[in-house]
Design a protein. Structure first.
Length: 402
């Protein structure tokens, strides 16, 4: 779907100092990394040509590598569905790799398309891929089977973003944008106002979206692409982008450049990356941590957090707030607070005490956080959300009402 962080922008303590840093990490390759995806702050993946798949289970402190399919297929893009249960890797030859066990194993699936460049989910079952020569494909069964959906473009598609099984956008070279509202059966062009190559698109919903491109281009729409406005100030352009919400996002570019906005692109600030390599993609699994990847096996890790409380501030606390909305259908939001950096786990159980899903598991900074729980496919009834950090825990009841 829209590429979104599972934890939304933290509600920072009033007056707290926000420290934002990017730190280079070491990987076992010098190959250009094409894409990156993290399931949570600990478990992540990056892909490259020659079937190279990198994986970390400790937030990028160490990375391991494996070669898929003997290295015969170049890996171009990857994404997991919002629940993290199914992953798809787009290849430069058209098939995709699919995983249903958190990325431990991958199976090859034919899509009918060729030379894919990007993949995007629109919920837990609808997933799109797109690539060169206007090819795209859609799966509505979480990547098990695919329907070829040509876009009619002759330009190379660099990125696709979808908000449902029926509505998606592609961003192409030469400034071309195309849009479908009928599951790819037909596509219409949208005016971009530029002939620059468009590299990465992210639609936050059916109205608001951003596109990063070459040549001082960052496009923004608030009307589903009927019009696109260039919000890049001098020097801002990019190969990849990621927005947490309609106002807060990052653009990554050549020569180690990273740009940040917290006002929807009205202004941009640079953030030092610590590297000179060009970046290709960036992803934030939570609002406080992100990763960017690029040439020469480059990975940099972003962290942010409060550096201390002022004299008039309320100290951070450990708490799991009541869900809102509650009762809910099919999703609700859980807010929680941590009074210290460290391991935390937030899981949901059914009325019999059986674990339904783990929403958060990993090391988090102190402060306030929020995460969405989507109960699509679960029966109506009572559920329990339990937050655990160290020896402390707190439980809240959730009511799913169909």
């Amino acid at each position: 779907m829209l590429r979104f962080a599972t934890l939304f922008l933290a509600l920072l303590l009033p007056g707290a100092v926000l420290a934002q840093t990017w730190t280079p990490q070491t990987t076992p390759t010098a190959e250009p990394l094409a894409d990156v995806e993290f399931l949570d702050p600990m478990n992540g993946f990056a892909v490259a040509d020659g079937g190279l798949l990198l994986r970390t289970t400790n937030g990028g402190t160490t990375w391991t590598s494996e070669i898929l399919f003997g290295g015969a297929l170049d890996l171009e893009g990857l994404a997991f569905n919002p629940s993290g249960t199914v992953g798809v890797i787009a290849t430069g030859d058209g098939p995709v790799f699919r995983s249903t066990d958190g990325g431990a194993t991958w199976a090859l699936v034919n899509t009918g398309a060729q030379d894919l460049r990007h993949v995007d989910w629109a919920g837990d079952t609808a997933v799109w891929v797109a690539g060169r020569d206007g090819d795209s494909a859609l799966s509505t069964d979480a990547g098990q089977t695919w329907t070829f959906r040509p876009t009619g473009s002759i330009d190379r598609t660099e990125s696709i973003s979808a908000v449902s099984a029926t509505e998606a956008w592609i961003a192409n070279r030469s400034g071309e944008i195309r849009h479908t509202t009928n599951g790819g059966a037909s596509w219409t062009s949208q005016p971009s106002g530029t002939t620059s190559d468009l590299k990465d698109i992210q639609m936050l919903d059916a109205s608001t979206g951003y596109i990063a491109g070459n040549g001082n281009v960052v496009l923004k729409t608030t009307n589903g692409g009927a019009t696109w406005t260039n919000v890049a100030t001098s020097g801002v352009s990019g190969n990849g982008l990621f927005f947490l919400d309609a106002t807060t996002g990052w653009v990554v570019a050549d020569a180690g450049q990273i740009w940040f906005t917290d006002n929807g692109g009205a202004s941009w600030a640079t953030q030092p990356s610590g590297v000179a390599a060009s970046f290709n993609r960036v992803h934030f699994p939570v609002d406080t941590q992100g990763w960017a990847v690029g040439d020469a096996g480059t990975v940099v890790h972003f962290t942010t957090g409060t550096t201390g409380a002022g004299p008039d501030e309320t100290p951070a606390r450990f708490a799991l707030e009541p869900a809102y909305p509650n009762p809910f259908n099919p999703s609700t939001q859980l807010r929680f607070s941590l009074d210290a950096d460290g391991p935390a786990r937030l899981a949901v159980y059914d009325a019999l005490g059986r674990e339904v899903t783990v929403l958060v598991q990993g090391t988090l900074p102190s402060g306030d956080h929020a995460i969405a729980f989507n109960a699509e496919g679960l029966p109506s009834g009572l559920y329990l959300a339990r937050l655990t950090a160290g020896t402390r825990s707190q439980v809240r009841t959730l009511t799913l009402a169909r």
